[in-house]
Write a protein that binds this ligand. Structure first.
Ligand code: ADP
Length: 607
């Protein structure tokens, strides 16, 4: 497995991010566009009318003070004031309503995107679940969706900001350009210099996000994972709380340094922005003052141009800010894309698996784990016939579990091939291929669902419930389950339900075994899931299991050799491959044989 993951490019693709957001909204919540349109009309009105109308109000009032009768301008004056107040009131109410709708819709989109990340995490190549690079990318995607990018709303609202301010800019420019064109030059110069400082602030923020992601993940591990009660016993009994706290503090320190650097950079650049703004305002007032004193504009014009120049400035400022925000947030959303498109290293086949009887063949298989140079298995050759019961034994680290992982295609072989019914397993579709296995691993997981859901790993009703009960009975845990107040409807663990149950190690293993029995697949695998059972219980499980499995193919890994006696063949793993292979009677008779030695060492327990 010398292939390395060719990570997809994280280069922000802004058009792609925008198109993704637009399409998603169109598909899932198209009404959002209508709300945005309503808000646009309202905000253009509430921004532009207060620039234009005060000029007329001002001029009517000056006319009255200069001798025009009030009656003459009464209706115009009251109408203009009414229009200004009325539109401002109505516009602001509409904006409040649309903002509330947008916020709620964004929450929906956040959950939707998180769900897609979770689904991708469940579907990606298994080997990625152990890759630090993929785990970092997962973290960046999670943070990038809602937290840093602001999700769909973060991108859409900034795009909207650009559109709105572009409309305001056109109105502001139309007012200013004829009478006082230099005003635009002054505003533009001020803007360009502020933009320079803003770009630096944004770059620092993006860099901090990338730097912080690694420390964040480690920090979360120390403080959140270890507060998981499952770690409680080891932490207390090995007095390791201080060690965890120290590690956490160290990572936290690194994280703080990242944010400190960013805060100082932001502060320095804000000073620059402040200086530019003061200079720009002074120059504008000076220019308009000179025009008014030289009577080239009226006092009413003076107020309108002051307001228009300020609107012009803020419109361009917000356009630049909006564009920068869209770019920045697209960067964060790009992390989501990178995770969603995280390249697969395992070729995907399409063929389906036919029938219930299967021949499995390992043909000259060698394997080393990704990012490792050491071969765990070398030149393994083995055929498992339909219905054969194979026992795999060997010392710790001999590669037994790795053999199973290769068989289940959690990893692809580095050399050689694995064949199912004569075809390379890579040619089968993953879903189809995995259907034929009912495995129980050493590190099986039970979830905070009901017992029956843990067995079926699906919603259960009617007939299926009967099969769940049967599976629980066969694994020997049914009598314990019926004693629980809610029987198979009892939730495991107390994470979500205080009436949930905590099962013993042995009971958990039996539930996991029930899961395999329930699936009823043609190839059954037990990878030492019985370590928490005493030898007698384990012997019972294997004996029963062997009966239950009947004509199915079965592969057992166990340290306790008594369970091998039931099997047709035994493969003894040592160092980096199969060193002995045969029936129990053949291997036990072999002088200086590994199996014979192990069996003799354990035999005393069974005599
Ligand atoms: P067994 O099941 O016989 O105890 P395993 O198949 O679990 O042995 O492990 C075989 C070897 O592969 C060991 O040296 C182990 O450290 C190594 N190994 C197991 N899993 C991984 C992994 N995910 N990445 C790298 N090395 C691994």
């Amino acid at each position: 497995m010398s292939k390395t993951v060719n990570k997809s490019s994280n280069k922000p693709n802004i058009p792609a991010a925008l198109m993704f957001v637009f399409r998603l909204v169109k598909k899932e919540k198209p009404m959002l566009y209508l709300w945005y349109f309503l808000q646009l009309i309202s905000e253009i009105g509430t921004t532009v009318l207060p620039i234009i109308l005060p000029k007329y109000i001002f001029e009517f009032l000056i006319a009255i003070t200069q001798g025009t009768s009030y009656e003459e301008v009464k209706y115009k004056l009251v109408g203009t004031v009414g229009l200004l107040i009325g539109f401002t009131l109505l516009g602001n109410c509409i904006v409040k309503v649309t903002t509330a709708i947008r916020t709620t819709t964004n929450e929906w989109f956040n959950r939707y995107l998180e769900q897609t990340v979770a689904e991708r995490a469940m579907n990606m190549d298994f080997e990625h679940t152990e890759s630090p690079d993929a785990l970092d990318q997962l973290n960046k995607a999670k943070d990038g969706i809602a937290w840093y990018s602001g999700g769909v709303e973060g991108i859409l609202s900034n795009f909207y900001k650009v559109v709105l301010n572009f409309c305001v800019l056109i109105c502001g420019s139309a007012l200013v350009i004829r009478e006082c064109p230099w005003l635009m030059v002054i505003q533009a110069a001020g803007l360009l210099t502020s933009a320079f400082f803003n770009v630096r602030i944004n770059r620092a923020e993006i860099k901090s996000f990338k730097d912080a992601s690694v420390f964040n993940r480690r920090f979360s591990y120390f403080f959140y994972q270890v507060s998981n009660f499952n770690y409680g016993k080891d932490i207390r009994l090995y007095n390791s709380a201080d060690m965890f706290s120290e590690r956490g503090k160290k990572e936290n320190g690194k994280l703080l340094n990242v944010w400190k650097k960013q805060a100082f950079c932001t502060m320095r650049n804000f000073f620059g922005i402040n200086f530019c703004n003061t200079f720009r305002d002074s120059a504008s007032y000076l220019y308009l003052g000179v025009l008014a004193i030289s009577k080239r504009i009226t006092v009413g014009d003076f107020t309108m141009y002051c307001a228009a120049s300020s609107a012009f400035y803020w419109a361009v400022y917000r356009i630049l800010e909006g564009v920068q925000e869209v770019v920045k947030r697209s960067n964060y959303i790009a992390e989501y894309f990178a995770f969603m498109q995280y390249p697969s290293v395992m070729p995907k086949g399409t063929e389906s698996v036919a029938g219930q009887e299967h021949t499995i063949e390992f043909r000259d298989v060698s394997f080393k784990y990704p990012r490792s140079e050491k071969y765990v298995l070398r030149h393994v050759n083995l055929t498992i016939k339909p219905g054969e019961h194979l026992s795999i034994v060997g010392l710790n680290g001999a590669g037994k579990t790795t053999f199973i992982k290769l068989l289940c295609r959690l990893y692809d072989v580095s050399e050689g091939e694995i064949l199912l019914d004569g075809k390379n397993i890579k040619s089968y579709s993953d879903g189809e291929y995995r259907k034929i296995f009912s495995p129980v691993f050493q590190d099986f997981q039970l979830f905070a669902f009901t017992l029956k859901e843990n067995v079926a790993l699906a919603n259960v009703s009617g007939e299926e419930e009967v099969s769940v009960n049967q599976a629980l009975e066969l694994s020997g845990v049914y009598n314990d389950v019926v004693k629980l107040e809610r029987g198979i409807d009892t939730i495991i663990y107390k994470s979500f339900d205080e009436n949930g149950t905590e099962l013993s190690g042995g009971q958990k293993q039996k539930v996991a075994i029930s899961r395999a029995l329930y699936k009823d697949a043609p190839v059954v695998i037990l990878d030492e899931p019985t370590a928490a059972l005493d030898p007698v219980a384990e012997y019972e499980i294997y004996r029963k299991f062997n009966e239950l499995v009947g004509g199915k193919t079965a592969i057992y890994i166990s340290h306790r050799l008594s369970s091998c006696k039931f099997c047709d063949r035994i493969a003894v793993f040592a160092e980096d491959g199969i060193k002995e292979y045969g029936t129990h009677d053949e291997l036990v008779m072999k002088s200086n044989g590994i199996y014979a030695e192990m069996f003799a060492a354990q035999a005393q327990y069974y005599v």
